[in-house]
Write a new protein. Structure first.
Length: 623
């Protein structure tokens, strides 16, 4: 039977959807469907992950979003929930092709950046501007047309339907039928069918899936309690009106909508219309302007030559010259010269502004080019560090540098980058916090009205990262599972474990794009007003964007203050880059593990290692 699920909410509809992207795709494959859609509430967080996994599974990914649309202008933030006015309605929009995907990102970004009021909202104005390549439907009972029907405003419902049809064009706007056993849906469906006939607007049937199987309904109710801070015993808690919001088979959908086979077939028709192919994993570097007469490769070569002569003098040792030539050839062949120039530029700016910069760490310290550019302060030949750990021509991966700046002045460097490339080309990066084993037990216990002290006791029985592993390995946890209340708590927690619980902001990650960010990634605004990408760091790299870690390091701030105090109180100027690395007193300090406040050596594990190793600085180095 020809039916495709076009209205589905994953766990990226945070604390509302209980379907993981893996389970969404797996269920679609099990049901023999050639495609499935992802249409999360107000965001595209999972779009790239969904696209890649669906393609790998051999089914067509249909990327969409259930938008919030303002009743008037997206800029109007005067209406209030308290007086019964709607601050937004729902509207389902999916990408037909690459142009539609780009427009979907634009609209999703606008919702957060311009229209946020309780929810990220768009309006008719931007829909008209970015409607090309998109397919739209009237959505659930919270849609504008269904709401007009329920309020008895039939003329308004027809007018709104006609306007959407005009914006999106024939076969690109649909009236959406749903039946979850809710009386209001019967009323709405009757009127939608009339409007369809009168205005010649086609119908589709969807099931507004929020969980995978019918028996997930109860755990989904618990999830809603986690979202709203309510308990399952609260009669006023938010809840769905039935247990029908799951991924139904085509047979189940045909039984529900037997009288309207066209509404089912049209879901398949939309699948056949979708022609979206994304190019992923190809780096798209920002534009870096070089002096006249140079290209990126030749300007990088010049800077590295100047840097090597400054470090080693003339003539530069043959081993260094050979290493530089090799590294530059790899960098040029992988088209990463621009990346090194971008990093060199803002590191150079930071040093000119006397902003303390770290000496470099991680695999980037193995690059002679980085050393000669002043990005790192470690001689890779002297310490026998491998360039291939950082950049390998056999791996088509972006370079990844962790860049340390004084914590007090890190924002100045980011502001320089914004000013250079444009505010709309630079943003921070979103992160997603998952419901991990101990946390999900506490969340579910709270929703089930289990006292906090008891929930805390139970969470202490969890010894592994996953609840299923703890059940296998912990006898006490297994004993708890034999108790009725304990069994229910663990069973629900097992269903919710791993779901997305909240969105945050990466502590250090910054993304820089070639064009406006919304050409490549949808944007998100957090509660503090900070703009970040809707894609997390790994997904950003798949989308081709340059991600860099601007780390704020308190140790650099402390060192900077110490140097200033020495200068003020003793009149001495200390250059920490010239401090000898074989100082005996320093090694005695390390042997005693007296390393509180010493970067990366202050943890108990590192202190134990130092005591066991007893470093004395006598190890031979390659020269």
């Amino acid at each position: 039977m020809e039916f495709i699920h076009l209205h589905n909410h994953s766990d990226y509809s945070i604390l509302d959807g209980a379907i993981t992207i893996d389970s969404l795709i797996k269920k679609a494959v099990e049901m023999g469907m050639p495609a499935v859609a992802l249409t999360d509430h107000g965001n595209m967080f999972g779009a790239i992950e969904f696209y890649q996994k669906a393609v790998k599974a051999g089914i067509t990914p249909i990327i969409g979003e259930e938008f919030y649309i303002a009743p008037g202008s997206r800029f109007d933030k005067t209406s209030s929930r308290n007086n019964g006015e709607d601050t937004s309605y729902h509207l389902l929009v999916i990408a037909k092709n690459e142009e539609g995907y780009r427009n979907l990102m634009k609209l999703s970004s606008i919702g957060y950046i311009e229209g946020f009021y309780y929810k990220p909202r768009i309006d008719m104005e931007v829909l008209e501007k970015y409607s090309s390549g998109l397919i739209c439907s009237s959505a659930c009972l919270a849609g504008q047309i269904p709401q007009s029907i329920l309020r008895g405003r039939m003329d308004e419902a027809r007018e709104t339907a006609g306007r959407f049809a005009e914006i999106f064009g024939r076969d690109h706007f649909y009236l959406e039928l749903q039946d979850h056993g809710i009386p209001e849906q019967k009323t709405v469906n009757t009127e939608l069918i009339k409007i369809s006939s009168e205005l010649n607007i086609p119908l589709i049937a969807t099931n507004d899936a929020h969980y995978v199987n019918r028996d997930d309904a109860f755990s989904h109710e618990v999830l809603l309690c986690v979202q709203t801070g309510k308990t399952m015993t609260d009669p006023a808690r938010m809840r769905f009106h039935s247990n029908e919001f799951y991924l139904k088979s085509a047979d189940e959908m045909y039984r529900l909508f037997a009288e309207y086979p066209d509404a089912l077939y049209n879901t398949y028709k939309i699948y056949e219309m979708v022609d979206l192919s994304l190019t992923l994993g190809r780096p798209i570097l920002p534009n870096f302007e070089v002096p006249q007469g140079y290209d990126l490769d030749s300007f990088l070569t010049r800077l590295v030559k100047e840097g090597s002569e400054k470090i080693y003098g003339r003539p530069v040792p043959e081993a260094v010259t050979k290493r530089i030539k090799y590294e530059l050839s790899v960098i040029a062949s992988m088209h990463f010269s621009g990346y090194f120039l971008i990093v060199w530029d803002f590191i150079n700016h930071a040093k000119k502004m006397n902003i303390p910069v770290g000496p470099g760490r991680g695999s980037a310290a193995g690059s002679m080019v980085s050393y000669c550019l002043g990005i790192t302060n470690l001689d890779p030949i002297r310490y026998n560090l491998l360039f291939e750990r950082f950049l390998n021509p056999d791996r088509n991966e972006m370079p990844d540098m962790d860049l340390d700046f004084c914590a007090d002045r890190r924002e100045e460097v980011i502001e320089y980058v914004r000013n250079k490339y444009g505010d709309d080309h630079v943003s921070q990066i979103i992160t997603f916090n998952k419901m991990k084993a101990k946390a999900v037990i506490k969340d579910v216990a709270r929703a089930m009205d289990i006292p906090f002290s008891r929930a805390n006791e139970i969470s202490k029985l969890i010894e592994e990262d996953k609840l299923s592993d703890s059940l296998k390995k912990s006898k006490e946890f297994r004993d708890l599972y034999k108790d009725d209340e304990g069994k229910q708590l663990v069973d629900i927690s097992l269903r919710l474990e791993g779901l997305c619980r909240s969105a945050g902001k990466h502590a250090a990650g910054v993304v820089i794009s070639k064009g406006p960010l919304t050409d490549y990634v949808p944007l998100y605004r957090d509660k503090d007003g900070s703009i970040s990408s809707q894609y997390e760091k790994n997904t950003l790299e798949q989308a081709g964007l340059v991600k860099m870690d601007f780390l704020g390091l308190k140790n650099l701030s402390i060192i900077d203050r110490c140097l200033k105090l020495i200068r003020e109180n003793r009149g001495e100027t200390v250059d920490i880059t010239t401090i000898p690395l074989d100082d005996a007193e320093t090694f005695r300090l390390l042997q005693r593990a007296d390393t509180k406040g010493v970067f990366q050596l202050e943890s108990s594990g590192m202190q134990n290692l130092l005591r066991r190793l007893g470093p004395d600085g006598t190890a031979r180095r390659s020269r």
